[in-house]
Design a protein around this ligand. Structure first.
Ligand code: BG6
Length: 495
């Protein structure tokens, strides 16, 4: 009963996030009995709809809610907790009618004046909505508490993120603002903290003395689909790297927090992000950053079109669907350890993983072995097949000292009795309980932009910044292979 009664108010409720992620997550929480008894959802948008048709669309007929025998009856009872309010033509209107609706619902559903406003609208509307909520008296104490959840993208660059933070903080306290990054809701992303700080076998090695380099891959097999219009103005660096990947980086890099309180963890993450060495000279940017764009090719055995042919994409677009970076972290722990991070669409498979490459043993004894166990690896698989894998050398049975690579692995699927919560379930539940650990703080978002800004600017303005082509279904442009020096290259899982 850690979750108090409350009303969740979703702005932009006719958008596909509500149907695809939010309602299915809430339904699953309901099914698993995590929702408080007194709970309701109010969807708001500019479509001419009503309670009945909204319930039908997002609950009763929603194909993103898996159909099981068990949940058939539950859908109906859950649907009765879902309501709709038509805001009219614009989000920039007087919210007093909305206020009345909210108060009436609050009374009828006994939600104790506790409100979460979830902004699932284009970011250009965040300030407008916050301002009008404030004007209507909805951001102040209504006998309960008020929270605001905002979706990404949070800003377009450092300046716009800063401005957005300023604007939201005019109407909400920082402690009321929850900036969502759904990667933080993924079980294995959180497990990075546990792996590092709840064991004594990894952390002593987690530094420049033992780690040669860190590699992070985030690959998707899908293309941009119907989101070409949005994506072409954004690109992989803004769409994935600034948020999801830098969140993962910060968890790999951060120092141990004093405790597990949200602010303790977030303070360390900000420090981690601030220690990334900013690359702002053309020479380094040229050497350490690679962007690519998918050309026509194959995906899962089917022919697919190239990025420039996608709907909503400029036929001369230089926007990257592939980004690979090499960078350093300037602090005591990581001095001199290169980080290689890549994210892309239209790769051969969908996979996200962190690979910690340990250094070669200082003195090689088994020199004649076919396999030099040069590289002990710790692989943290974020998705799919969530788990952890350690690769190390073992002796091949028989004469002499032949060394072979062996795996020690753990997969979450082996915990058969534990259902892994979907990212949105976990994050929504946390916000309902007032736990902001897995949400990005203002300074965190800005520190991430600070690192990303000069790269975006370089790619956009430098005449020598090339966008390399790669065939859909391949592991990105050839040039990216050379980013990792020495005898190493990217680990392409599944290859
Ligand atoms: C979103 C991006 O934030 O994350 C999408 O906007 C991307 O472009 C998606 O496809 C990937 O999320 P996941 O959870 O499928 O890895």
């Amino acid at each position: 009963d850690k979750t108090p009664p409350q009303l969740l108010i979703i702005f932009g409720a006719s958008g596909d996030l509500t149907e695809r992620k939010l309602i299915p997550a809430l339904f699953s929480l309901y099914e698993e009995k995590y929702l408080p008894k007194n709970f309701a959802v109010l969807g708001i948008s500019r479509s001419d709809s009503d309670d009945g048709s909204f319930r039908d669309q997002v609950v009763l007929q929603n194909k993103h809610i898996p159909e099981t025998v068990k949940n058939h009856g539950l859908r109906k009872s859950f649907a009765e907790k879902v309501f709709y309010f038509d805001l009219g033509d614009s989000y920039d209107v007087d919210y007093s009618a909305l206020n009345e609706r909210i108060e009436a619902l609050d009374k009828a559903q006994k939600t104790a004046g506790n409100y979460i406003f979830y902004l699932s609208t284009p970011p250009s509307l965040y300030e407008i909505i916050a301002r009008n909520l404030n004007k209507a008296g909805l951001t102040s104490d209504n006998g309960g508490w008020t929270r605001l959840i905002v979706e990404k993208p949070f800003g377009y660059d450092l300046a716009s993120a800063h401005e957005l933070n300023d604007n939201l903080q005019k109407y909400f306290q920082e402690s009321q603002i929850y900036r969502i990054d759904h990667y933080l809701g993924k079980e294995t992303v959180q497990n990075l903290l546990v792996t590092r700080f709840a064991n004594s076998i990894f952390e002593p090695l987690w530094n420049r003395n033992y780690i040669r380099h860190v590699e992070i891959t985030n690959a998707e097999s899908v293309g941009v689909g119907k989101r070409g219009g949005y994506y072409d103005k954004s690109g992989a660096l803004r769409d994935m790297f600034q948020n999801h990947l830098l969140q993962i980086v910060s968890l790999v890099v951060m120092e141990p927090p004093i405790g597990s309180e949200p602010e303790e963890i977030r303070n360390e993450k900000v420090k981690a992000l601030k220690s990334l060495r900013i690359m702002d000279d053309p020479e380094t940017l040229h050497k350490n950053t690679i962007r690519g764009q998918y050309l026509a090719g194959e995906s899962n055995g089917e022919p697919v079109i190239g990025y420039r042919q996608e709907e909503g994409v400029d036929p001369n677009s230089k926007t990257e669907t592939y980004a690979a970076l090499k960078f350093y972290v300037d602090n005591w722990r990581w001095a001199g350890v290169p980080f290689y991070v890549r994210t892309a669409k239209r790769m051969p498979t969908k996979v996200t993983e962190v690979v910690i490459h340990f250094k070669t043993p200082h003195h090689q004894i088994f020199r004649n072995s076919m396999v030099q166990n040069k590289d002990n690896k710790l692989i943290i698989r974020i998705q799919p097949n969530e788990g952890i894998l350690v690769k190390f050398g073992v002796k091949v049975p028989g004469q002499g000292f032949e060394v072979e690579r062996a795996n020690l692995d753990f997969y979450y699927s082996e915990l058969a009795d534990q259902k892994i919560m979907e990212a949105y379930e976990r994050l929504l539940l946390d916000a309902m309980q007032g736990d902001a650990t897995l949400y990005a703080r203002a300074d965190e978002v800005e520190a991430a932009w600070e690192f990303v800004d000069p790269i975006v600017k370089f790619w956009q303005t430098d005449p020598n910044a090339v966008t390399f082509g790669y065939s859909a279904g391949m592991w990105g442009p050839k040039n990216a292979d050379e980013l990792i020096e020495g005898e190493y290259t990217w680990r392409n899982p599944g290859e």
